[in-house]
Write a protein that binds this ligand. Structure first.
Ligand SMILES: NC(=O)c1ccc[n+]([C@@H]2O[C@H](COP(=O)([O-])OP(=O)(O)OC[C@H]3O[C@@H](n4cnc5c(N)ncnc54)[C@H](OP(=O)(O)O)[C@@H]3O)[C@@H](O)[C@H]2O)c1
Ligand SMILES: C[C@@H]1O[C@H](OP(=O)(O)OP(=O)(O)OC[C@H]2O[C@@H](n3cnc4c(=O)[nH]c(N)nc43)[C@H](O)[C@@H]2O)[C@@H](O)[C@H](O)[C@@H]1O
Length: 305
């Protein structure tokens, strides 16, 4: 299968490309310099000339809670335009399959956990990432509407939080796990006696190793007709922020104390996605938290230290 991976130089995209090399797929993954997805005409002519069998839409402006709070307009504008362009260009060029990546932040902030795919748009969004969430809902709905109006086969997966190889370790953009790996590593190297936790540590999150999501995306393309319109991709369990800090401190060998900065934003109290549809497909993630953290820390040491 010829697959156009948008966002191929990002964390999820690079994990998909790394995994697909061992399978019989032809992957095309231009960077934004080669094909700027914000430019509809260049995107559409790229698809017209390459004629992919499928698109996995990973491209986006993506970041942690602090990045989303700082740039709500950019997160809404860029992610909406990317979604509009990719789905319209796929439609115009008769691309057979689109696998669109949503995010668990698109669920209502107060929805009962675990979050079901039927909960989308049933309540107010989380203010810290509302712009990004609106863009994600828009793109998912565009896939639904294209299928209704034109009989296409465009589907959306909704991953929980992710971490892993090729993650962002810059604290201005990082999600929690890469930020905490860097923070605790630097504290250990500096001989610091404490590390600060954002919030009270009681917030809960579900983090999946990105290589496992990449494995699911390729699995989903092979079972595309069995896929529902919306499918959560998660672990089925979560941990508190304090649990993550303790697991990373143990991995790094940091024996200091933790302090709590309650002025820091905590976002949604919990974002655990239901894995009922995932179980029906017969897929589950391979890596435990310990295994995923170990691989990510080794990657950080090799690439960033
Ligand atoms: N990371 C998470 O925790 C998480 C959780 C749930 C869902 N997701 C979703 O998974 C997908 C991938 O996330 P990620 O963590 O891999 O993001 P990432 O590492 O930030 O990668 C984003 C990619 O999008 C590309 N991109 C951005 N603007 C572009 C443009 N105008 N034209 C072409 N390419 C453009 C970037 O390419 P350049 O570098 O060339 O600009 C980059 O390769 C996103 O849709 C995200 O919403 C992520
Ligand atoms: C999947 C992503 O989820 C994102 O929300 P969200 O899980 O809160 O994003 P994260 O930045 O991963 O934060 C997760 C939780 O970890 C806490 N946290 C504790 N220490 C730190 C730290 O040092 N750095 C960071 N970054 N967090 C930290 C943070 O307050 C929040 O409650 C959305 O903003 C994105 O748009 C996207 O949807």
């Amino acid at each position: 299968m010829k697959i156009f991976v948008t966002g191929g130089s990002g964390m999820v995209g690079r994990n998909i490309i790394a995994l697909s090399s061992s399978q019989e797929h032809e992957i095309i993954a231009p960077s934004s310099k080669e094909v700027n997805l914000m430019n509809f005409d260049s995107l559409s002519s790229f698809i017209k000339s390459e004629r992919p069998d499928a698109i996995i839409h990973c491209a986006g402006l993506v970041g942690g809670i602090q990045a989303n709070i700082k740039s709500p307009f950019d997160f809404a504008h860029i992610n909406s335009l990317l979604g509009l362009n990719v789905i319209k260009a796929a439609l115009d060029n008769n691309v057979e399959k689109v696998l669109n990546l949503g995010s668990s932040c698109m669920y209502p902030r107060d929805a009962v956990n675990p979050l079901n795919e039927t909960d989308i748009l049933k309540g107010e969004l989380e203010p810290t990432n509302e712009g990004y969430a609106i863009a994600k809902v828009l793109t998912a709905r565009l896939c639904d509407y294209a299928n209704l109006q034109y009989g296409t086969n465009y589907k959306t997966v909704i991953p929980c939080n992710l971490y892993g190889y090729w993650d962002k370790f810059d604290p201005n953009h990082s999600h929690m796990i890469p930020a905490v790996i860097r923070k605790i590593h630097e504290a250990k190297v500096a001989g610091a006696d404490s590390v600060e936790i954002w919030g009270d540590g009681k917030t809960r999150r579900e983090f999946m190793f990105a290589e496992d999501l990449a494995d699911f995306c390729l699995f989903a393309l092979s079972k595309f007709d069995a896929l529902e319109q919306l499918t959560n991709v998660g672990l089925g369990f979560d941990y508190s922020i304090s649990d993550y800090y303790s697991a990373i401190a143990e991995l790094v060998g940091f024996e200091g104390e933790f302090t709590y900065d309650l002025s820091k934003p905590a976002g949604m109290k919990q974002k655990l996605v239901s894995v009922e549809r995932l179980k029906q497909l017969g897929w589950s993630a391979k890596h435990s938290l310990t295994q995923g953290l170990e691989k990510t820390y080794q990657f950080y040491l090799k690439e960033h230290c």
